[in-house]
Design a binder for this molecule. Structure first.
Ligand code: NAD
Length: 353
């Protein structure tokens, strides 16, 4: 056995109620006295409640959180952090909120405490994203990796069911792609397999109509394993497709992952050897791609790009945008014809498949 594992640093605190109970101690650990809170939309009120005991150390609140971090938002957030002399950042929200804090940290090197409220997993990665003129740029910089992440599943209970399932599929995509990403190793695969198990169990429980505390814990635990394995393994064909589509056509992030993942896994499954068996076993299915497809139907997950807003007249452009990213490192070589076949299959409603 021979592998490199570039393990990422950071503190993870996991527990129901931990977000409020642990916040002061985590501020102390990093010596934070003047924190810029980043929280927008549906998580702002919750963030204010969580920070009530450290209110004297919240110097300002940035609320203009928008998907995919537009450049104007990044500039506004950076200016606010500078003007208020912030010594740290606290993000409370989904991937868009974490991404806003990251873009401030990229230039300021301020430490981030992240409290995620979806399963996007950005809090575990050193990846930042910025969107300018409908093109999303991403990069890797350890300055944006949160120093502390507090996982508290009570904060995820308010996610609407369809968003919880789509976000769960976003996390599943991290796990599946961690099996073939460029930095893949036995440890990331171990975490990714455990992540798939936890996510599938949690999603089934949440979808079942009477979710338990444990279902929410499993989903969030799976999202943590997904983010941490993906952070080390790195992105491959699936994420390259989703980022290109999201940036160019403003498709919803988590739902795009949910639609694309079974197609990309079906394309790769025959080329990843025993990893396909590991994915299938984690899904509790005889075959990886079929198991993922069945899970999506069982959970009423979106199954076509058209339903997400991509128009038939945009399909050729989508194929061209993704094909322009070739060559993409992938266990099975990818040609422009393959991209066309994958996107065409993902475009149409899949009734009867
Ligand atoms: P999001 O953060 O945009 O949230 C989606 C919606 O859910 C928003 O309206 C938000 O207000 C709401 N919401 C969030 N938490 C909620 C809760 N607990 N209850 C009710 N509503 C809630 O979406 P997302 O899917 O979490 O993140 C997507 C973004 O994250 C994309 O820009 C994506 O590129 C980025 N991302 C980055 C990485 C990375 O490693 N850098 C990884 C994954 C995702």
């Amino acid at each position: 056995m021979r592998f490199d594992y570039d393990q990422l640093p950071g503190t993870v605190v996991f527990g129901r109620g931990a977000a409020q109970a642990e916040l002061a101690a985590q501020f102390d650990a990093l010596g934070l006295q003047n924190v810029m809170l980043v929280a927008g939309g549906s998580t702002l009120a919750e963030a204010r409640r969580l920070t009530s005991e450290v209110d004297d150390r919240i110097g300002s609140v940035f609320t203009n959180v928008l998907p995919h971090v537009p450049t104007a938002v990044a500039e506004e957030a950076r200016a606010q952090a500078l003007a208020t002399g912030a010594d740290g950042l606290l993000s409370v929200g989904g991937g868009s909120t974490t991404g806003t804090a990251k873009i401030v940290a990229l230039t300021s090197h301020l430490p981030i405490i992240a409290i995620p409220t979806t399963y996007a997993g950005s809090e575990m990665t050193p990846v930042w994203g910025l969107t300018t003129d409908a093109r999303k740029e991403t990069g890797i910089d350890r300055a944006v990796l949160p120093r502390t992440v507090i996982y508290d599943s009570t904060l995820t209970r308010t996610l609407p069911l369809d968003l919880a399932i789509a976000s769960g599929f976003n996390a599943l995509a991290h796990c599946v792609e961690a099996f073939w990403g460029p930095g893949e190793n036995p440890v990331t695969s171990l975490h990714a397999g455990a992540g798939i198990r936890a996510l599938a169990e949690g999603m089934r429980g949440v979808h079942g109509g009477a979710p338990t505390d444990d279902d929410y814990d499993q989903l969030l635990y799976g999202a943590y394993l997904a983010g941490s394995s993906f952070a080390v393994a790195g992105s491959g064909l699936h994420h390259k497709i989703c980022h290109a589509l999201g940036g160019a056509f403003n498709l919803p992030h988590a739902q795009t992952h949910a639609v694309m993942l079974p197609h990309v896994l079906a394309f790769n499954a025959g080329s990843i050897g025993a990893d396909a068996d590991a994915i299938a076993a984690a899904l509790g299915a005889p075959k990886a791609a079929e198991g993922l497809w069945s899970l999506g139907r069982e959970l009423d997950s979106p199954d076509n790009l058209e339903a997400l807003g991509l128009k038939a007249s945009q399909l050729d452009e989508a194929i061209a945008i993704v094909s322009a990213k070739l060559p993409i490192a992938n266990p099975r070589p990818v040609t422009p014809d393959d991209i066309a076949a994958i996107l065409t299959a993902a475009f149409s409603p899949a009734a009867g498949r």
